[in-house]
Design a protein. Sequence first.
Lengths: 279, 278
Amino acid sequence: MTMEELFRQVTQKFYNDDQPKEPDFKCPRCQKTTPAKTMQENMLVCPVCGYSSRLTARDRLRLTCDKDSFTETEAGMTSLNPIDFPDYEEKIADLREKTGLAEAVVTGICTIHNERCVIAVMDSHFMMASMGSVVGEKIARAFELAGNEGLPIVIFTASGGARMQEGLVSLMQMAKTSGAAAKFSEKGGLYITVLTDPTTGGVTASFASLGDVIIAEPKVLIGFAGRRVIEGTIKQQLPEDFQSAEFMLKNGFVDMIVERRNMRRTIAHLIRLHRGEVR
Amino acid sequence: MMDGIITPYDRLTLIHHHERPTVRDYIPMIFTDVYELHGDRLYSDDKAIFGGIGRLDGIPVTIIAEVKGRDLNENKEVNFAMPHPEGYRKALRLAHQAEKFHRPVINFIDTPGAYCGVEAEERGQGEAIARCLYEFMQLRTPVISVVLGEGGSGGALALGVCDELCMLENAIYSVISPRGFASLIWKDAGRERDACDIMHITAEDAVALGVAEQIIPESEGGAHTDPEITAENIHRSLSISLKDKMSKDIDELLLSRYNRFRSVGEFTQMDTTVDQGG
């Protein structure tokens, strides 16, 4: 099974909000099955092993922002077809309909425990949240908005990497987003990254790795190269925890692992600590 | 090659030619007083990336390059030009050194991609590349990059955040290798040729997409037929670009460097109320 198929299998299980009865959740980490209702009550975290499952952008915003505080920016920005890739427009149109999203990232302004911030949430249900022109542009604009408004920025990353269908243009989005992060940092802004399942490829190798504080959710996949590619290179099985949040913490690329139920509070505390106020 | 028309796949074949010159061939033909500088000061010395100082037309410059081997033994030594994180960290160390001494940086790109392996992940391949993008974007000295052969993915882009990107005539620049693309999109790595046809990976494509500025001609039939002529052409392009970039105010240079990337992307705003198409 390719990475893409694997992702699809996991995400299809999940993208069923509009159907009356949700199927049980089978954890891709521990393989245990949990009723959908139990998962909902547990913020979609596997109660058996603690794996923080993939959320839709809508669910993430609901679980993160103060009630009714979120205002979307750049809604409706959509991809063109920069390298005339066959059937790309159709694929995008199809995904827009299936997911109700215009693209793989949602950006806006919200408050989290009354702390105002710019927020960006990537949604792996939209083409594995691969980074093309729109993801790159919306992330860059989110940094610019935060810089102009003097607000901190919180980005929930998830991505299969660069968007193949946009070729070289998608590769350049890595430089664009990293540059936007650099410009924002020059202004003294706070950038908090939350790495969620899965954060890989060109997103790991750009803005996801550049936060002032880098948080990861428990048990999520974080890495640069695909597991299968590496197994193909070294011709041996990889250890269980390879490319997990815990692996990244151990190797020094993540500041902290935060459980979903503590995420709001942690982000708000971090924002307050970076304001320099003495209290 | 049919009827004298050179296809993207022909170019791929040319850059994989076993006699294609590597940066080790070009450096002595282009620069003088070259000293190689080793190591990232953190972990080790990655031979997949050359770092050094030298002179171009008498002007001191820093040279950073992805190194291909000329035979199997050399290639084993340089890991087939696939850098580990320490290679990118060496590049950054030398870039900052160049900034300190007001030396322009010349990057040579020639890699299938950053290395994909256990140790590379453990030492933060993603972070190492991200850091290059971030810091080269702000580096307060001119940066010129040249793609000599393969410009493979993030591993190439790490040395590609620059004020001007030049590509050799047959060089390619791509988000993934054509082979990797074929295997990902069609589950068939053998369809490399088809991948080349739709990926837009040639120097001309890169210029059309606003990613590269200059195409450097190779000797007739590809760089391997006459490395000296190709080196002369590289030298000429670098001389012109270098003079131009060194004459610019550094803040203006940084702004236009950022805008080179900021402006890449094609998107539109959907009208969410009335369906007007496109």
